[in-house]
Structure formats: structure tokens, C-alpha cells
Write a protein that binds this ligand. Structure first.
Ligand code: SP5
Ligand code: ZN
Length: 371
């Protein structure tokens, strides 16, 4: 593994040599700003806000890990490799059609959902959102599709950096992605940035792994790769019996068909501490190592932090900031080219520092491996 890393660094462009980790992001993310979401029976101010990315950006600038660059444009092709065309057209057109039909211009939020035995398609602008969204926490505004595409482009640009020989890159994706399935959005997610990047990297390696460390089960990523043996999906998250997204994320969901045993869910009950979490991460790491992927995509949610407002009241995880460097170091130990894609994390005050702590843990460990 050591040799692989050194060979890779020869391919680096000279000016990248001093960068410990390159970040990809664009200030345009702020154009996607939901006025509210529908959560637990109430209209509440949107938790997934531009302030999240702003505080992460500021913390990364101060940490000076390396350049902070804008995404390149990839067009729709890599999105279509993961998402249905009809779903992309929905995301792109629904806001205008919704407003033209006389519905509120604040945001598209469904109130009637297609579920189980009532799932006939209906293209009425007031109905379509209930077909393509699974909850009331993914409001669609005028610029949502364009900005979600930019988040995917950020992940794809980070993927390209790995292909150019970078050991790691960080995509500051906003909106996040891991709840978005092939034809379904929800939980603040529209396009599955991590899955799009994993699928893109898959063109350059026979096997790719996704490690999801967000507090919530990465249900969208699981669905997208559930019947695939070439992309391993491992998710550590809160017990679905008591936590969003509730209807998936159990340990017995292990993949199907060619994907049998290529999905690993590690649900944690109670309020796990740093130590509890590291035990779960050890299990996740062992599975990823034995899968021997060419690339690792980390769905990096920081809502595992103690007191996160979106985690269940009184039953979130109990991780302290000290957990994140340990998590980053354990991920670096896998010795893989690694793409970090931002997912959740809503305790805005500590969010920037927690992201920096995670990435610093990775960087320090990676530097030790090199020397
Ligand atoms: C990307 C991501 O982290 N999405 C998370 C979406 C979660 N949305 C709904 C969570 C419902 C939790 N209800 C608990 C309220 C405690 N104040
Ligand atoms: Zn989350």
C-alpha cells in the first residue's frame, strides 16, 4: 500500500505538493435556502441552512489545509448514471410548475405521499412532489436543482483529484445527498453526491467503497447500490427503530442479488460514546479492508456530535470533538484514495471545527504513513 501511495504522489501536479487536502466548494450553495421544512408535524425553520457551509468554509480557510477551489462542470451524464431521468426532470421543473398552479412560492413541499399500494404516477404539479419525495424535509425552490447539481459537481471534482493522484479531497457539498435514492429525494437531499462520485470512480476501479458516518442511515446510497457487488456500502448510524429515516437501516439489510453481502449496516442503540463509536468504526474498517476497493468515498456527516439539534431529543450520539481526529485517522489507516463528501451536521457553532478535526485526523495519520 505504501508503494501505491508514493507512486501516486509522483503523478501529482507540482503546485498541489504542499496541499494537505484540497477542498471543493462554491458560494452559490447559498442560493438554495429553504424558508422552512415540515418536521414532526410542524413547520419549522430549515435546519439545513447556508450558514452550515459558511462556518465549515471559514474553519477550513483558517486551518489552511490547502486550496479551496470551485467545482468543474460535468453536465448531466454522471447524474444520470445514478438517478432516473424522470426524477431529474421533476427536480428541474417542479418549482415553476408548482407556482404556476397557484401553490405557495415559498417552496415545494409535498403533503400527499405515494406509498406502497397507492403509487400510480400523477403529473399534477401539486401531486408530483409526493411521488418523488419521501418526506417534508426536502423543500424545492427556484434554484434547487442547479445548486444540488453544483454539490454533485463538487463531489465529482474531488473524485477527479483522486484520479489525478491526490490521496484525499474534501467536497463541501450543500445540499447533502445520502438520503436521495435513484428516483426519490428527502431528508434535505436531492442528488446523492457520494453515490454519484462513487459511480464515477467506479469507471476507474473494479471496486469502490462508501463509508457513511452521518448520524442517519444513508438510505439513498443503500438503495442505489443494493443489488451491486462492485460498490460496498457501509453505514454506521442511529437505531432506525427510534431514529430517522425509520424505515431502513437495520443490520439485516445486507444487499441483494449480485449485491448480496455488499451492504453493511451498523445501527447503534442508546447514546454511543467516542469509544462505542470507534468499536463500530473498527468493524466498518475491517469490512472495507477485506473488500479491497480502489477508492473510498466517505459520506461525512457531523450530526453524530453531542447535542445535534436534528438528532432525536435526548437520544443523539454523545461524541465529543475529540472523536473526530480518531475517526479521521482510522479512515486514513485504510490506506485508500479517499473522497470526503459533506452530509449532515446541524449544531452550527461547532460544525466547522468538527469538520476540521475529522480532516486533520486523516491528514496527520496519512503524513505518518508516508514517513
Ligand atoms: C443529511 C441529513 O442529515 N439529513 C437528516 C434529515 C433528518 N430529518 C428529520 C429528522 C427528524 C428528527 N426529529 C427529531 C427532532 C428533535 N429536535
Ligand atoms: Zn444526518
Amino acid at each position: 500500500m505504501q508503494t501505491t501511495i508514493n507512486n501516486r504522489s509522483h503523478a501529482r501536479m507540482l503546485w498541489y505538493h504542499t496541499a494537505l487536502m484540497i477542498t471543493i466548494t462554491t458560494p452559490d450553495h447559498a442560493l438554495h435556502a429553504a424558508p422552512h421544512e415540515f418536521l414532526d408535524g410542524q413547520i419549522v425553520p430549515a435546519f439545513e441552512s447556508p450558514a452550515r457551509a459558511e462556518i465549515i468554509h471559514a474553519a477550513l480557510r483558517a486551518a489552511a489545509f490547502g486550496p479551496i477551489l470551485p467545482p468543474r462542470q460535468f453536465g448531466e451524464k454522471p447524474l444520470l448514471a445514478v438517478h432516473d431521468a424522470s426524477y431529474l426532470r421533476f427536480l428541474e421543473t417542479i418549482y415553476q410548475r408548482w407556482v404556476a398552479a397557484g401553490a405557495t412560492p415559498a417552496a415545494v413541499i409535498p403533503s400527499t405521499f405515494a406509498a406502497r399500494w397507492m403509487n400510480r404516477p400523477c403529473n399534477d404539479p401539486l401531486a408530483e412532489p409526493g411521488y418523488y419525495l419521501f418526506d417534508g424535509s426536502a423543500p424545492i425552490m427556484a434554484d434547487t436543482y442547479r445548486i444540488a447539481s453544483q454539490a454533485a459537481n463538487a463531489a465529482l471534482t474531488a473524485a477527479d483529484l483522486l484520479l489525478q493522484g491526490e490521496r484525499a479531497a474534501y467536497a463541501l457539498c450543500r445540499p447533502p445527498g445520502h438520503h436521495a435514492g435513484s428516483d426519490l429525494g428527502g431528508g434535505y437531499c436531492y442528488l446523492n453526491n457520494a453515490a454519484i462520485a462513487a459511480q464515477y470512480l467506479r469507471q476507474h476501479s473494479e471496486r469502490v467503497a462508501v463509508l457513511d458516518i452521518d448520524f442517519h442511515h444513508g438510505n439513498g446510497t443503500q438503495q442505489i447500490f443494493y443489488e451491486r457487488g462492485d460498490v460496498l456500502v457501509v453505514s454506521i448510524h442511529a437505531d432506525p427503530a427510534r431514529n430517522y429515516p425509520y424505515f431502513s437501516g437495520y443490520a439485516d439489510e445486507s444487499g441483494q442479488g449480485s449485491g448480496t453481502n455488499a451492504n453493511l449496516n451498523i445501527p447503534l442503540t442508546g447514546t454511543p460514546t467516542n469509544d462505542d463509536y470507534m468499536i463500530a468504526l473498527e468493524q466498518a474498517g475491517a469490512r472495507i479492508a477485506s473488500f479491497a476497493p480502489g477508492f473510498l468515498v466517505v459520506s461525512a456527516g457531523l450530526d453524530t456530535y453531542s447535542g445535534d439539534p436534528v438528532a432525536e431529543n435526548g437520544a443523539g450520539f454523545a461524541l465529543t470533538q475529540a472523536a473526530y481526529p480518531l475517526i479521521g485517522a482510522r479512515i486514513a489507516d485504510l490506506g485508500l484514495p479517499t473522497l470526503f463528501a459533506q452530509e449532515g451536521g446541524y449544531g452550527v457553532a461547532a460544525l466547522g471545527e468538527n469538520v476540521v478535526a475529522l480532516l486533520r485526523g486523516f491528514i496527520v495519520q496519512q503524513e505518518q504513513q508516508r514517513s
